[in-house]
Write a protein that binds this ligand. Structure first.
Ligand code: NAG
Ligand code: NAG
Ligand code: NAG
Ligand code: NAG
Length: 240
């Protein structure tokens, strides 16, 4: 087969233009804002395109858009009920709704523990209650004074016990326990209430993007981490 020089060079030009076109497509993958169901416009750190933000959102989900919180991988998704402010969403865990009707399911919460917090963003839930997954049948009375007065206990899981603060306010985790913050119940006000009355399915999600990540993002960079979970800015990958 014989190509004329001219045909060959226009092929080169064509391939070059095609590449530019592809690069452009990749570049514009991350919109500055996006319309999300009935929530109106959302923006970074939320994202509905893969790889674009820190908190992935699925706007096409029914009946409500869904947000994925990597820190709570037991249930990848929370429904978004309302946008409360530029950095607050009112969310619902359908998994916790089920747990509140079927206590045993709470054990599944601990199958996958939360990932270490990202240096790029901090998130909090209001109200919240922190659960501790601890060794089964371990006696903490000698290690923590008044243990049974300040920590409530749920022992319905096969391989571990769950403890939680009996009063609102935070407690440090007993020794060798893992920590899982969950939405709390707005109505609770008595120390005598059990774990399932203290949990709630709805809460306010608030986030705060670090200054480093905000600056990185403003310049079109991608906030990532290195192997040690330290902040890293990958320059110019997002292309706004
Ligand atoms: C940003 O970084 C994350 C994590 O390394 C990656 O998964 C994602 O694809 C990157 N996004 C872009 C647009 O490069
Ligand atoms: C839990 O709520 C308290 C205040 O009520 C807040 O200071 C804390 O950051 C919250 N923790 C999480 C993990 O959301
Ligand atoms: C505990 O929660 C109740 C009801 O939300 C509130 O009235 C009370 O002030 C809280 N106590 C503490 C110590 O935070
Ligand atoms: C958000 O994070 C910045 C630093 O990363 C901090 O200075 C600021 O106080 C935080 N704001 C809130 C509301 O937590």
């Amino acid at each position: 087969m014989v190509f004329s020089r001219r045909a060959a060079s226009s092929l080169v030009v064509y391939v070059f233009l095609f590449h530019l076109y592809i690069l452009h497509l990749v570049d514009s993958q991350c919109p500055r804002q996006f319309q999300c169901g009935n929530l109106g416009n959302l923006e970074f750190p939320l994202a509905n395109s893969p790889g674009c933000g820190l908190l992935p959102v699925d706007c096409g989900a029914q009946p409500n858009p869904i947000i994925h919180l990597d820190y709570y991988p037991f249930s990848p998704s929370y429904e978004i009920l309302k946008k409360s402010s530029p950095n607050e969403l009112f969310i619902r865990s359908t998994f916790l709704e089920r747990v509140l009707h079927n206590n045993k399911e709470i054990c599944k919460l601990f199958f996958h523990l939360p990932m270490p917090p990202s240096p790029s963003i901090s998130i909090s839930l209001f109200p919240n209650i922190t659960l501790f997954k601890c060794l089964k049948d371990w006696n903490y009375d000698n290690e923590v004074p008044n243990f049974q007065e300040i920590y409530g206990n749920y022992d319905g899981c096969d391989f571990f016990d769950i403890y939680y603060p009996k009063s609102n306010g935070s407690l440090s985790p007993p020794k060798d326990c893992s920590v899982l913050p969950l939405p709390g119940n707005l109505q609770y006000n008595s120390d005598s209430m059990d774990l399932f009355q203290r949990l709630g399915s709805d809460c306010l999600l608030k986030w705060n993007v670090s200054d480093d990540c905000r600056n990185c993002h403003r310049k079109g960079g991608n906030c990532t981490t290195n192997m040690k979970n330290e902040f890293r800015c990958d320059k110019g990958t997002i292309g706004l």
